[in-house]
Design a protein around this ligand. Sequence first.
Ligand SMILES: Nc1ncnc2c1ncn2[C@@H]1O[C@H](COP(=O)(O)OP(=O)(O)OP(=O)(O)O)[C@@H](O)[C@H]1O
Length: 265
Amino acid sequence: MSDAAKAMVQIDKLWSVFKTAGTATVIHQDLDLTVAHGELLSIVGGSGSGKTVLLRQMLGLETPTRGTVTVQGRPAAELGRAGASSRVGMLFQHGALFSAFTVLENIAFPLRERGTLPPALVRDVAMVKLQMVGLDPKHAHKMPSDLSGGMIKRVALARALAMDPPLLLLDEPTAGLDPDSADAFCALLQSLHRELDLTVVMVTHDLDTIFELSTRIAVVADKRVVLDAAPEAVVAFEHPFVQDFFRGGRGRRAQALLHSPSNAG
Ligand SMILES: Nc1ncnc2c1ncn2[C@@H]1O[C@H](COP(=O)(O)OP(=O)(O)OP(=O)(O)O)[C@@H](O)[C@H]1O
């Protein structure tokens, strides 16, 4: 088996170029990244450095201008819209629930779109996913407008996992949550990562989330991944972005998590 087939995600010499009004903007240039099965990789980088575009490349929503992006050995672009949710689940930054659908209908959406399961089974599977993200069945028939921010994230996560994808992509999973809800959501992600044998790639600016969850961190700067390594190695890396991001007061406090008993071993 080739390395690309063994990896969950393999990105080789990726160029992402956007053309607007006759001007070409290069976002990624010869970017390489490999995500192995079972990792929980955080992607960090400055604002506008191309982190979300990188997630969209893994989801097949962007097409490489040059280079390749494969998921389980197949080009991500092949994922298309149909069938994508059985290989990659995506939690978008703003939850993006359908406001006219109930909680259960939102979770069931990818299953219903697939059209292969009878309605009663779709309902049962959606109910299992609802409970899997820690929500009580009594919330199944609520509308998104009746939910707290933390509950919206959980419903969106249940929908991303509806088709049991092996790869989960998260864009700023704790953004907009209060500290307690963010902690609870991190704990949920950690247990799902472990119990479902998921590979997770997340983009976040939240240092607590990064140090709580990451098995590896990839730093995007200068249009490519300048370093991907274990958290301890990344914080020691001499790069202006890394120094600003990890070594300020917030960074030092969050790094204490690396050495806390819950993260030991
Ligand atoms: N479809 C598009 N067409 C043109 N430019 C785009 C498109 N999508 C993204 N960009 C540009 O690509 C650059 C990288 O965007 P991206 O959203 O990936 O940044 P980011 O690293 O996630 O930033 P932030 O941390 O601020 O969310 C930005 O300058 C953005 O304007």
